[in-house]
Design a protein around this ligand. Structure first.
Ligand SMILES: Cc1cc2nc3c(=O)[nH]c(=O)nc-3n(C[C@H](O)[C@H](O)[C@H](O)COP(=O)(O)OP(=O)(O)OC[C@H]3O[C@@H](n4cnc5c(N)ncnc54)[C@H](O)[C@@H]3O)c2cc1C
Length: 434
């Protein structure tokens, strides 16, 4: 078999890249082939919180989150496919009691507004109106993104892959890329259990499995895999409303100095026919927690807002799936400090996922180099460091542009270049790019 481009990995990145490539290539002369060894969304994507925030310390990444959110928000209208977009808004909470934190939240909000992101800085009194029952001291400040929210991760990956197929891509589920075939510094094909697919261009978006695939051809990437724990509580019982309208269109109040009733009206929690979210997505810098409601599974997710204590995963095929009682207790206690109603809600599940980390908490995107120099035609998209889902539309577009030799407009290739770690001083974002 011959392919125009092979994409390895059927997570959100591989599916998005395959979709964007297939839009640009003729399926008869240059077919796009997406290889997934297990099933779509079998890796990190299927366990993702799929929170779509734009609050990022780096302008570059905030702009990608902004552009990608536009795609997610209009996705159901433009494609007719459901990704269960939950229009709950996203709140990032900081505290004046922590040195520098409130100033940093304010500075990031100011930066976001300069690039056209709908966000405002609110104080504790406004926060209490926006989220009735929330516990916030007068030291609390928050960045409020009314247009943001979350999606269903599995539906999203399936929808992206279906669109790739509609544009002529071939998705081969159960096909494992066993080896990248490289000759004299140039990609020649990808070997699967069914033989070699000849191609001169390939993108490896294999999430936690990316590093070993490249190691086999002598390419070292600074990727490390850890296992974050996630705990779920039932959605607050009384808070689920009747299914709401399917449209998410609203009139937004003026951004500056909104009256409290206007602000409250701007949290509509609309879950696209799935009901109303009881509260916005929370990124709680003060307590080190993130949380989102999930109207599809009717439960609320809790995760830790750092990965310092997450254990390393030496082999992603043999990850320790156990969730500690300590984490479950922390999740309940910490979320309940903000929203006491969760103290009464039953446990709804727990699981372990995998983050693929880089030294600076930003992805590696672009051409790779072996020991003897660049390998022509071979690209990587990995190392999303626990915050990639929301960026997938921009990643898909930018990788497609890169692979086809077009000018890359979706992001700055230098910012994400795999070769950046050779520089003596590596710039560091915080965990999750915060
Ligand atoms: C618990 C958790 C919560 C998260 N929450 C958020 C969030 O709220 N917001 C956000 O923006 N991001 C979040 N993330 C991060 C985000 O989910 C990931 O960055 C993103 O899903 C990575 O997608 P991927 O396609 O690169 O990798 P994966 O989803 O891991 O996909 C890789 C795929 O490649 C396949 N594969 C591997 N090897 C081969 C091979 N040799 N041949 C063929 N196929 C192969 C695997 O089976 C897998 O399906 C979270 C991640 C986790 C784990």
């Amino acid at each position: 078999m011959r392919a125009g481009v092979v994409v390895v990995g059927g997570g959100v990145m591989g599916a998005s890249i395959a979709w964007q490539l297939a839009r640009r290539l003729d399926p008869h002369t240059d077919p796009v082939v997406l290889l997934e060894k297990k099933e779509l969304a079998a890796g990190s994507s299927g366990k993702s919180g799929a929170i779509l925030r734009q609050f990022y310390g780096d302008r570059e990444v905030a702009a990608m989150a902004r552009d990608s959110l536009r795609v997610f928000r209009s996705f159901e209208n433009t494609t007719g496919r459901s990704i269960a977009f939950m229009h709950s808004g996203v709140l990032t909470l900081g505290s004046r009691a922590k040195p520098g934190e409130a100033e940093r939240v304010a500075a990031i909000v100011a930066m976001m507004r300069t690039i056209g992101i709908e966000v405002e800085l609110i104080d504790a009194s406004r926060l209490r109106v926006l989220v009735p029952g929330i516990v916030a001291s007068d030291d609390t400040v928050a960045a409020w993104e009314p247009d943001a929210g979350a999606v269903d991760p599995v539906l999203t990956v399936q929808a992206f892959a279906a669109l790739a197929r509609e544009h002529g891509a071939v998705t081969r589920i159960g096909a494992c890329a066993e080896e990248l075939v490289v000759e004299r510094g140039r990609l020649r094909g990808v070997r699967t259990q069914d033989g070699v697919i000849e191609c001169e261009r390939a993108v490896v978006a294999a999430g936690p499995w990316t590093r070993p695939i490249f190691e086999r051809i002598g390419v070292e990437l600074p990727l490390r895999v850890v296992r974050p724990e996630q705990h779920f509580l039932a959605l607050p019982g009384g808070a689920l409303g009747a299914p709401g309208p399917t449209s998410t269109s609203r009139t937004l109040a003026a951004l500056t100095q909104p009256r409290e009733e206007e602000l409250f009206a701007r949290f509509d929690g609309d879950g696209n026919g799935l009901g109303r979210a009881p509260h916005p997505v929370l990124l709680d810098l003060e307590h080190g927690l993130y949380s989102r409601c999930d109207l599809v599974t009717r439960r609320t997710r809790v995760g830790r807002l750092d990965y310092d204590t997450d254990a390393d995963v030496p082999d992603p095929d043999r990850v320790d799936e156990r969730v500690s009682a300590e984490f479950q207790a922390w999740a309940r206690a910490t979320l309940s400090m903000r929203l006491p109603r969760y103290a009464q809600e039953p446990d709804a599940d727990s699981f372990v996922g995998m983050y693929t980390l880089t030294p600076d908490a930003q992805a590696v995107l672009g051409p790779v180099e072996g020991r003897d120099g660049p390998i022509e035609g071979l690209f990587v998209a990995s190392g999303f460091s626990g915050h990639g889902f929301k960026l997938a539309p921009s990643i898909g577009e930018g990788l497609a542009q890169m692979v086809l030799g077009e000018p890359v407009s979706a992001f700055d290739p230098a910012f994400f270049a795999p070769s950046r770690f050779r520089a003596a001083a590596v710039r560091r974002s915080g965990a999750f790019g915060l």
